[in-house]
Design a protein around this ligand. Structure first.
Ligand code: SF4
Length: 321
């Protein structure tokens, strides 16, 4: 197709999008560990939910495993950004593995909240998605039975809690802001004395990316592409938020090769965002793919600026910089 015959399209980029401070830190931890200790460095689970990131680190010498028993004695192992149950560092110590914890500090904050409520005698209701590694890690901070998981407003009606015990709620960090507000309201209606965080547990990155995709979806986009992984909670939420904001053609793609161009037929304006574990290079790849088919103009709609950075673990900080 020549430049003259290509149809025009406007791409609207959401900002903020893509990597958050917790993902950036987790990737740096693996990279610095590889520099400091040499390959291989083992990583328990995907360090973040993105195949491109995982493959890039594997090419540098990271070996991804499901469980610690796959890590040889004396090796270095990194725990993922989603957090781990307390049993995991305990197992690592018992097996004399040298470990680095890449749990996002905002997930660790929720762990500390859960511990405080438990210490103060409250039963904890966790709002989150069953089976997600963050939920498994958060529930694993406390003994079995101390935390009850709920996922929907309907679960609030069905919830049974220990009689006579005060209650507190905490949430997964990557939930839908709007859905979670509804579940918290239902909890407060049913249990008016329930305690909760002063400011919700949904993290700044999730909140900002949802607000940004809402803004572009409402700005007359015919379709929205969310770049992210199918197992990335915050990416899936971005698709839902865009759909609810009025853009029914909101599609998740892992990278440019996944784009179903026929699904974009007739679109004159397409919004683009990326989940918190998707690197900007994948956004650039998607824009380049549009340029091969369309005469493209690009506009960014920014709803917030971010400057959050998290420190690396002391073992890696200055020495490997
Ligand atoms: Fe941390 Fe939020 Fe990023 Fe998860 S999405 S790693 S909680 S900043």
């Amino acid at each position: 197709m020549t430049a003259e015959t290509r149809p025009s399209i406007e791409l609207i980029l959401a900002a903020p999008r893509g990597f958050c401070a917790g993902v950036d830190r987790a990737i740096q931890i693996v990279e610095r560990a590889l520099e400091q200790y040499g390959a291989p460095v083992y990583v328990r689970h995907e360090i973040v939910h993105n195949r491109f990131v995982v493959d890039s680190l594997a090419a540098k010498g990271a070996i991804f495993v499901d469980e610690l028993d796959e890590v040889p004695a004396g090796a270095h192992v990194v725990f993922s950004a989603h957090g781990v149950p307390k049993s995991v560092p305990a197992d690592a110590q018992a097996r004399r593995l040298s470990y680095l914890d890449a749990t996002c500090p905002l997930v660790s904050k929720v762990h500390r909240e859960a511990e405080r409520h438990h210490r103060e005698g409250r039963h904890i209701v966790l709002i989150g998605h069953a089976g997600h590694p963050e939920v498994i890690g958060t529930m694993g901070q406390l003994p079995a039975g101390a935390v009850t998981l709920i996922e929907t407003v309907g679960d609030v009606d069905r919830l049974t809690v220990p009689a006579g015990q005060p209650l507190a709620y905490i949430t997964q960090t990557t939930l839908s802001v709007d859905d979670t507000a509804g579940i918290i309201a239902a909890l407060k209606r049913r249990f008016p004395q329930i305690e909760g965080p002063k400011k919700e547990d949904i993290c700044y990155a999730t909140t900002n990316r949802q607000a940004a995709v809402k803004a572009i979806a409402a700005a007359g986009c015919d379709a929205v592409l969310v770049i992210g992984a199918p197992n990335s909670s915050n990416s899936l939420r971005l698709v839902e938020v865009a759909q609810r904001a009025g853009c029914s053609r909101a599609l998740l793609v892992q990278r440019a090769a996944d784009i179903d161009w026929s699904a974009l037929g007739g679109a004159g304006r397409v919004g683009i965002t990326a989940g918190a574990s998707a690197p900007e290079i994948l956004v650039e790849e998607v824009i380049a793919a549009f340029r091969q088919r369309y005469a493209v103009t690009v506009r960014e709609v920014a709803t917030a600026t971010e400057s959050v950075q998290f420190k690396l673990p002391a073992a890696l900080d200055a020495s490997a910089a």
